[in-house]
Design a protein around this ligand. Sequence first.
Ligand code: MLT
Length: 414
Amino acid sequence: MININENFLNLQDSYLFSTIAKKVSEYQQKNPDKKIIKLGIGDVTLPVVDEVRTAMKQAVDEMGKKETFKGYGPEQGYDFLREKIVECEYKNRGITIEKDEIFVSDGAKCDTGNIGDIFSAENRVAITDPVYPVYLDTNVMAGRSGLYKESDGKYSNIVYMPCTAENNFEPELPSEKVDIIYLCFPNNPTGTILNKNQLKKWVEYAKENKSIILYDAAYEAFITENEIPHSIYEIEGAKEVAIEFKSYSKTAGFTGIRCGYVVVPKELKGYTKQGEEVSINKLWNRRQCTKFNGVSYITQKGAEAIYSEEGQKQIKANIQYYLENAKIIVEGLNSIGLKTYGGVNAPYVWLKLPEGVKSWEFFDKLLEEVGVVGTPGVGFGPSGEGYFRLTAFGNRENTIEAIERIKKWDFSKK
Ligand code: MLT
């Protein structure tokens, strides 16, 4: 008899974005003539930039010639891309990261989900609330979460760090000792940021408690304000306590191409039960060599192309376009008296719903009465109740139309 991993039975319903997609598709089937505007999942809409496509086409041609054909590449990524990352993402910001600390991958969702493989199931995990659901669900799967409690919508062994308007979306240091801390800044879903002093507290906490910070910086390219850290390694000592996750998905429109990378500094140590130090970099390398065969050469050539002068110009223009969408959303919602957060250093706008309005109720009404799809805040955790996320990744015309529709919507009907 084959026994299953029963931790999976402890997961709640389906994955958030699948639930939304299902609801929208059911509604669309019943209302085939209605134009629905999707500002739900954070998926890019602008086409892949010329520099990337040209590089990928050349790589395809190389694959077609005997002399330049490539089979399996290095599991950790090709040197040409790892060197560009070292130079352009870190050295240019005054951060020393070595090539063998970079692990190229198929994106931050997989990396943040897979990283748990190398940590004991007994670790205590802290997540912000609301949170990107992958961090929580993968810990449920791994058996770190304890049981789900209907009473408060939380898992018994997870430490939730509420991030709401009341605390300016800054998670408080946990009062109990935690081992693994997930932080994502600029934040998904709230679009808010932490400044250097705020981030420094976390690095200090992690050092004191021998914890690890899993820092998801997938939205770093959207930072517009000065002094906001683009990498956790801008904080002194962070290389001893943090893994950083980066992605080309939102930075360069790679949601469909798939490419990202993880930085695992060699200073970073984990511990055996006996307290012996073990290199996390070595463990991750071992895990990747066993379970991963690397990202395709064609994809990595595409990723490398974003670091050319022209590539930078092209991807920055796209980021600017999405930030302009965010501005349209923020200004439009604010003009009808709705309070919003985020949207300045991030492609997400976090809308505070009027008193008493629940996130899923708002989702249903917005879909049925306005034909606009967003993401209910509570889908990201109990502290997201009463909030709603809109993404700036739509196209300009649809973004304007969605906001115009919301502005005309009779809110008293809610
Ligand atoms: C989101 O909408 O939160 C993101 O698109 C999810 C992801 O990047 O996997």
